[in-house]
Design a protein around this ligand. Structure first.
Ligand SMILES: [Zn+2]
Length: 394
């Protein structure tokens, strides 16, 4: 993904800019003003809207659902990296794709590989596979959770120029999002309720690889509560060919369209005719050390109520410090075609490091250091438990 500066948004109209301004004013006022005052203001000025937003944003005030297992997610992340960089058209890519599909199938998901040829910025034809794994595909009421699974072929943001044409292992920028989705699938199978497929294949092997780790996990112990059955379907989409965007060392003029190729294809050609979902949540780089997930601008533009819902859920499960209620930058990422073409409101959970000189995406972004040594179980836990809270509150 690449950063878009506010000034180059061509699709933000004047009306939207006014909304941003109002939101900024409110966010600055909030710490100085009582909640009562704000509530009265909202109720008197836009009562109907408030009511709608409340319904959209319903999140249980108490932790609900199973405990997300960060060790398991960490092991899923590591297993992908063990294939090597999953760059387009490579054997490691194809082997890892087969592994991802098998894992989702083992958790009872209905798996659809969507294969196609996509043209990269440099004319390279990319053998791409979007992997769609569906929990209870028979239900029409659905939530979409997505991440990209390919690795960037060039570490073009590495501090050492000698690495600029080497591939990225993509532990964070790729594997982490898929890892969180796989752990969610495992938990849906076990705790989803009516849709659970039994426990005959459930294995502790998923966590055995990483349980010896000494890292302290921040999971609040009270989260291991009986989970109410879910009454909605969930689609996990692993988008391919996200990270073949024009490298910094290439002079080819380009726009954001060279990124998110798999998501662009899926949005125009969904795996099910007329596919829709209540909303979507994109996970990108959700395992990095020191990550904080500011509210990404495009998410606020297209799906503000979902941002509010997810950020509130993070507070309920005790991980609010990972999700500051502050606006970040706008990102070109897989959520854009989901919003603009598939017309499904979709947010992006993506870190923002305002003080990192290497990149606002963090020190390992598009470098050869994006490896397991820089993955933090606590970040995986914060994101995973927040998503559990969102799903089990619906
Ligand atoms: Zn990337």
């Amino acid at each position: 993904m690449i950063t878009e500066i506010n000034d180059i948004f061509t699709e933000i109209n004047d009306l939207w800019m006014r909304k941003i301004s109002v939101a900024r004013v409110f966010s600055h006022l909030l710490p100085l003003t009582s909640y009562l005052f704000i509530s009265l203001l909202l109720l008197s000025s836009c009562g109907l809207r408030k009511q709608t937003a409340t319904n959209d944003n319903a999140v249980s005030a108490q932790p609900v659902g199973p405990a997300f297992c960060a060790d398991s997610a960490y092991a899923f992340c590591e297993a992908q990296c063990d294939f090597g960089p999953r760059t387009m058209n490579s054997q490691a890519h194809d082997d890892c794709g087969a592994w991802i599909m098998e894992k989702f199938k083992s958790y009872g998901m209905s798996v659809t590989p969507q294969q196609t040829l996509l043209k990269g910025y440099d004319g390279t034809m990319l053998r791409a596979t979007n992997i769609i794994a569906s929990y209870r595909p028979e239900l029409t009421d659905r939530i979409l959770i997505c991440a990209h699974w390919d690795s960037r072929p060039w570490a073009d943001n590495d501090p050492d120029e000698a690495n600029h044409r080497k591939p990225v292992l993509a532990a964070n920028d790729g594997a982490s999002g898929v890892a969180v989705m796989l752990e969610l699938a495992r938990l849906l199978r076990e705790y989803g309720g009516a849709g659970a497929r039994g426990h005959e294949n459930t294995s502790a092997a998923d966590t055995s690889r990483a349980t010896s780790a000494s890292d302290s996990i921040l999971a609040p112990p009270h989260l291991r509560t009986p989970a109410p059955p879910l009454t909605l379907g969930v689609d996990f989409i692993c988008f391919d060919a996200e990270d073949w965007g024009t490298p910094q060392w290439d002079d080819t003029p380009s726009d954001g369209d060279t990124w998110a190729l798999g998501a662009q294809y899926w949005a125009a050609n969904p795996h099910v005719d007329g596919y829709t979902a209540r909303y979507g949540i994109l996970l990108d780089m959700v395992g990095g050390q020191g990550a904080q997930f500011y509210q990404e601008q495009q998410s606020l533009q297209y799906a503000r109520s979902i941002v509010d819902k997810v950020w509130r859920a993070s507070q309920v499960v005790g991980f609010g410090s990972f999700f500051p209620s502050r606006e970040g930058v706008g990102i070109t990422d897989d959520h854009l075609p989901v919003n603009r073409v598939a017309k499904i409101p979709c947010i992006d959970i993506i870190p923002y490091y305002p003080d990192c000189p290497q990149s606002s995406f963090g020190p390992t972004w598009h470098t050869v250091n994006d490896d397991m040594a820089h993955i933090d179980r606590n970040t995986l836990q914060a994101v995973g438990q927040t998503l559990i809270q969102v799903l089990w509150s619906e």
